[in-house]
Design a protein around this ligand. Structure first.
Ligand code: ATP
Length: 290
């Protein structure tokens, strides 16, 4: 949806802080997302991921920060200009009641429209392509408030794509999605990045983050605990220190990307009896002939 990749620095955020009451919930965070890269923001519940995305999107003003997009200062940018360049897919998007899906996605065009212009043929084309890219075209004529959680998630993504941003921020974009739709969404983010978009997504699934992100930033208590290539960052000691769980890091047999497996926290369920009898045989496969 974007044009070919242009040279540029993408997002450069440094020393971003934000306090709620007397507590810094984002504390001196540095994040860089080069143009054309997918970065994942990871961390436990309450680590500050959503707050950081809101600060970058300009929903709340950061207290101390240098924020630039392709070298332009974001803090001083006018709201409309910011909305042309940055889109945020929120966890619980606010949408006016009873709006049709295609009209919700059309809201993404507002920053590009003049006050009196209305929808142009190009606006309608961008909306149609955004609906198709996010796999939301099937329910384009339905009411948003009658959709399932996963269907709404796709519409929220389509609305952000209709903005034709340079930087796409997503807060748990795979929430509510079935596994096929999760893979489709993350694959779409990779294709958009290949076209020059910078993508920063808060994710909880460490294996999916490792499979799709060029770069991960791990937040803990509002601070960056680690950042870099998922292969270097997502290690058992880091996962233990940040999430407090024991993990084994395997390698995907075909991609070589990290696959993170967790030990169950409670008592393990009983092993299936046929697997117990022949532990070398994959569960569900036919027993060897006698
Ligand atoms: N509206 C609010 N008022 C007061 N405190 C808030 C508010 N929103 C968030 N917080 C607090 O700010 C901190 C950071 O929250 P944030 O939502 O950014 O975390 P998160 O990493 O996105 O978490 P999650 O994975 O649960 O979505 C948390 O301690 C949270 O309780």
């Amino acid at each position: 949806m974007n044009g070919p990749a242009k040279p540029g620095a993408g997002l450069e955020a440094s020393r971003v802080s934000f306090a709620r009451g007397d507590r810094l919930v984002v504390d001196g965070v540095d994040v860089t997302v080069p143009r054309g890269a997918v970065a994942a923001l990871l961390g436990p519940n309450g680590a500050g991921k959503s707050t950081f995305l809101h600060l970058v999107a300009g929903v709340v003003p950061p207290e101390v920060a240098a924020l630039t997009l392709d070298g332009d200062d974001l803090v001083g940018l006018r709201r409309r200009e910011r909305a042309r360049r940055i889109a945020l897919v929120e966890q619980d998007a606010q949408v006016p009641d009873a709006l049709r899906v295609d009209h919700v996605v059309g809201l993404g065009r507002i920053p590009h429209q003049s006050a009196w212009g209305g929808d142009s043929a190009r606006d309608r084309d961008v909306v149609a392509r955004a609906l198709a890219a996010a796999e939301a075209d099937r329910f384009a004529a339905r009411r948003y408030d009658e959709l399932s959680g996963g269907e709404r998630q796709r519409v929220n993504l389509a609305r952000a794509l209709a903005q034709e941003p340079e930087l796409l921020l997503l807060d748990e974009p795979t929430n509510h999605l079935d596994i096929r739709a999760q893979l489709a969404t993350l694959g779409l983010l990779r294709r958009l990045a290949a076209d020059g978009l910078s993508v920063l997504a808060a994710l909880h699934d460490l294996s999916l983050a490792a499979a799709y992100a060029d770069h991960v930033v791990v937040l803990a208590d509002g601070r960056v605990a680690a950042a870099g290539d998922p292969v270097d960052v997502l290690t058992p000691p880091l996962i233990r220190a940040v999430w407090g769980v024991e993990a084994t890091v395997l390698r995907h047999p075909s991609t070589g990307r990290p696959l993170i497996a967790f030990a169950p926290a409670g008592p393990a369920p009983d092993a299936p009896t046929d697997a117990a009898a022949d532990p070398g045989r994959p569960v569900g496969s036919a027993p060897a002939p006698a």
